[in-house]
Write a protein that binds this ligand. Structure first.
Ligand SMILES: Cc1ncc(C[n+]2csc(CCOP(=O)(O)OP(=O)(O)O)c2C)c(N)n1
Ligand SMILES: [Mg+2]
Length: 209
């Protein structure tokens, strides 16, 4: 009990600061216990956390609908933790941005956690070894039409952004990825000293003693 009480101190500090955690996970994750325990305590302690469920309709090989009692794995459970159900089109960058800003701002002001379910799609199998043959015929093609990058590119063109500007943004993004890949490949493995960094609010495991 003493250890648990000491553990509460950093949480109180976080509650009265403008710190914010944004936690991303998949639809399948919404069916495991850790999801429910985390939401419950975040709501009880009014923690500044925005939970974002990326509902891409598949777990490893299993369609989420085949193993879930509700239609929306995250949004339909929000009420159990006193949270409002928030469903967004995860392939619409503007809608995601507006929704994220609303709940991030509220959490930073002490308004407590939020749970956002963003509908999207997984364009490939779970891993390189998974050709994703279990998907219904035509499903992928339908979603590729609504690829978020394609949708946003078309919107920017419609708003009058020049094609050349979009090409510059795209080549700049590719360059950044290539540079980051080269740096990662050339870097030594990280040191073990950092293994618990950012795991606890106080930066260490003092609560155990
Ligand atoms: C508790 C637990 N059960 C099973 C697994 C094996 N596993 C790894 S990824 C995965 C699928 C996760 O699906 P989802 O949460 O929808 O994430 P996505 O890959 O679609 O983003 C599973 C079942 C695991 N890592 N942990
Ligand atoms: Mg998934």
């Amino acid at each position: 009990m003493g250890a648990a009480m000491t553990g509460l101190r950093p949480i109180a500090e976080i509650m009265f600061s403008d710190f914010l955690a944004v936690c991303f996970f998949g639809d399948g994750t919404a069916n495991i216990g850790a999801f429910h325990a985390a939401l419950n305590f975040s709501a009880v302690w009014k923690l500044p956390v925005v939970f974002v469920c990326e509902n891409n309709f598949y777990m490893e090989y299993t369609p989420i609908g085949a193993v879930t009692a509700v239609e929306h794995p995250a949004a339909d459970r929000a009420g159990a933790y006193g949270l409002e159900p928030v469903l967004v089109d995860g392939n619409d960058a503007d809608e995601v941005y507006r929704t994220a800003m609303k709940y991030m701002t509220r959490a930073r002001k002490g308004g407590g956690p939020a749970l956002i379910e963003a509908t999207t799609y997984r364009h490939s199998g779970h891993s390189r070894a998974d050709p994703a043959k279990y998907r219904p015929e035509g499903e992928l093609d339908k979603w590729l039409e609504r690829d978020p990058i394609k949708v946003y590119r078309e919107r920017l063109l419609k708003f009058g952004v020049a094609e050349a500007t979009l090409k510059d943004i795209e080549s700049g993004a590719m360059r950044k990825v290539d540079e980051a890949t080269a740096i990662a490949k050339a870097s030594p493995p990280p040191s073990l000293d950092g293994i618990d960094k950012h795991v606890w609010a106080d930066g260490g495991a003092a609560w155990r003693n």
